[in-house]
Ligand binder design. Structure first.
Ligand code: ZN
Length: 197
């Protein structure tokens, strides 16, 4: 019994330490790389659909999405970088994406299938080098999948219409209405300005 209480206290102490570390990281070193490892409390719940996520290989399987194409068909409509990111869950280097500094009013759609994903009003400057949003346009626009690659537990974000990899979501959207940061690849998105009709 005493041992149990001791363990329980150790656990609680550990939780306090982790929370404190989490707050400290946000203040002194607000870089996504350090914060994402410990601040995971408010990310959306992951959907569990067997077959869609293949750990390690990170390739898409033939599960049904509204938009389905073979790899050859995807290669025909995407450039090599877009194919690597959208279809092989790649990541563009930080601060290289075309949409990182895009601040006009408009909508961000999936580069693979045109699915409306984010509104410009929810984009914010996270300083991380990738376009960041605090929430998707509609909850059903994206799907969240647990991603245990690279020795981390992260939440991957995919387009719900074609399964294209968009990026990850982290609970470190400092000062935003949701506290979340949808950290997206520019190459996965296409910006449609409001006056482009
Ligand atoms: Zn899509």
């Amino acid at each position: 019994m005493q041992l149990f209480e001791l363990k329980e206290r150790s656990f609680q102490l550990g939780e306090v330490v982790v929370r404190g570390l989490c707050r400290w990281l946000r203040h002194v070193h607000p870089s996504p790389a350090s914060a994402q490892l410990v601040c995971r409390s408010s990310v959306p719940e992951c959907t569990t659909r067997p077959g869609r996520y293949v750990g390690g290989a990170r390739t898409l399987t033939g599960m049904s999405y509204e938009v389905e194409r073979s790899n050859d068909e995807w290669r025909a409509v995407l450039n090599p970088q877009e194919f690597h990111i959208l279809r092989q869950a790649g990541t563009e280097p930080a601060f290289t994406g075309a949409l990182n500094d895009e601040w006009r009013a408009g909508e961000y759609v999936c580069r693979g299938c045109g699915n409306a994903l984010f509104r410009a009003q929810t984009k914010f400057d996270a300083g991380c080098g990738w376009p960041s949003f605090w929430e998707p346009l509609r909850a059903e626009s994206v799907e969240h999948l647990e991603d245990n690659s690279l020795g981390m537990r992260r939440v991957e974000v995919r387009c719900a219409r074609c399964g294209g990899h968009l990026g990850h979501v982290f609970p470190d959207g400092y000062g935003t209405p949701t506290g979340n940061r949808y950290c997206m690849n520019s190459a996965s998105l296409e910006f449609v300005p409001d006056d482009d009709e």
